[in-house]
Design a protein around this ligand. Structure first.
Ligand SMILES: Cc1cc2nc3c(=O)[nH]c(=O)nc-3n(C[C@H](O)[C@H](O)[C@H](O)COP(=O)(O)O)c2cc1C
Length: 265
C-alpha cells in the first residue's frame, strides 16, 4: 500500500500526539524533531487516520485519510451524557411495526453512521444487504419458517405464521443483514456485532424501531434455500441482522435490568 505522510513544519508544535496515538508506533522523529513515517508503515499501517485526526495544529496530512476531506469534530452537536444515557436506556427491541416504509435516505444515513463502529485492526470487514422491499422481508421470514418446519422447532411460531402472523421478522418493513468474509478479519463476529449495534442506535436516534433477528441468522447458517435467496459472495457469512421500521407503539417506561455484575479491584 502506497502511503505518504506530510508535516507542515510551520504549524507542527512537536507535541507528538501523532507519535503517541499511532497504534503500531509507525511514526518517529526526524533529525529536526518533526514526525516522520517509519518504513514499517508500508506493511503495518492499518489506515486508521489517527495521526492526522489527533493533530491539534492541522499540521499533519496522510494520503490514506487526507486532512482536507476529513470532517472536524463538532463539539456543539455532541449529545450530553444524559442524552446518551436516555438513548441507550430507552432503546427497545420493537416487535410491532407500522406499514409505513422508511425513507431510503434515512436507511442510507444510518448505514453511513455504522461505518464508524470499531473493527479489528480497522479492517472494516463489514458488508450489508439492506432489504428495502417489505415483500422481500416477508419472503425471507417465510424461508426461516420453512426451515423451522423442516427441523421441527418452534411449533408456536410456525402455527402463528400459518395463521398470517409473522413472529420471525415481526412484519418489519425492512431488514439489514450484516455479513463479512471471515478471511478478511480476525474478528468478523465482533466487527459485525459492533456495526449492527451502531446501526441499531443510529436507527433509534431517527425515531425508528429495530430488533435483532436471531432466528434468521441461525437459519442462515444451515438452510440452503435461505442462503441461495440472499446470494452473498461464496466466502461470506451472515453474522447479524436487524429488523427496521417505525414502531407502532411507544414505550413509556424503561424496564428493569439486572445490576451490573462487576468486580471492582
Ligand atoms: C443476538 C440477538 C438476537 C436476537 N434475536 C431476536 C429474535 O430473533 N427475535 C426477537 O424478537 N428478539 C430478538 N432479540 C432481542 C432480545 O430478545 C432483546 O434484546 C431482549 O429481550 C432485551 O430487550 P430489549 O432489547 O428491549 O432491551 C435478539 C437480541 C440479540 C442480542
Amino acid at each position: 500500500m502506497k502511503i505518504n505522510l506530510s508535516v507542515d513544519q510551520e504549524k507542527c508544535i512537536k507535541c507528538y500526539s501523532c507519535i503517541a496515538e499511532c497504534p503500531f508506533d509507525l511514526i518517529n522523529e526526524d533529525k529536526e524533531g518533526f514526525p516522520q513515517l517509519r518504513k514499517a508503515a508500508l506493511r503495518r499501517c492499518i489506515r486508521c487516520g489517527h495521526c492526522m485526526a489527533v493533530c491539534g495544529a492541522d499540521a499533519l496530512d496522510i494520503t490514506i485519510s487526507p486532512l482536507a476531506s476529513s470532517a472536524l469534530v463538532d463539539k456543539n452537536v455532541l449529545p450530553s451524557s444524559q442524552a446518551v444515557e436516555q438513548l441507550l436506556k430507552s432503546r427497545r427491541s420493537i416487535r410491532t411495526y407500522k406499514k409505513r416504509p422508511v425513507d431510503h435516505a434515512v436507511l442510507a444515513k444510518i448505514l453511513d453512521v455504522s461505518r464508524y463502529a470499531p473493527s479489528a485492526h480497522n479492517c472494516q470487514s463489514v458488508h450489508w444487504v439492506m432489504v428495502e422491499d417489505p415483500a422481500e422481508v416477508q419472503k425471507l421470514a417465510g424461508l426461516v419458517v420453512e426451515y423451522m418446519r423442516e427441523i421441527k422447532v418452534f411449533p408456536g411460531l410456525i402455527r402463528a405464521w400459518d395463521q398470517g402472523v409473522d413472529k420471525v421478522l415481526r412484519g418489519a418493513p425492512h431488514l439489514a443483514i450484516c455479513h463479512a468474509d471471515p478471511g478478511k478479519s480476525e474478528h468478523p463476529v465482533e466487527d459485525c456485532t459492533l456495526a449492527t449495534a451502531y446501526l441499531d442506535l443510529s436507527a433509534n436516534s431517527h425515531g425508528l424501531g429495530s430488533c435483532w433477528a436471531g432466528f434468521l441468522v441461525q437459519a442462515f447458517k444451515l438452510y440452503q434455500p435461505l442462503i441461495d435467496a440472499l446470494a452473498l459472495p461464496e466466502s461470506h457469512t451472515v453474522y447479524t441482522a436487524l429488523m427496521l421500521g417505525y414502531p407502532k407503539f411507544n414505550y413509556r417506561h424503561i424496564p428493569q435490568r439486572d445490576d451490573a455484575r462487576v468486580t471492582w479491584r
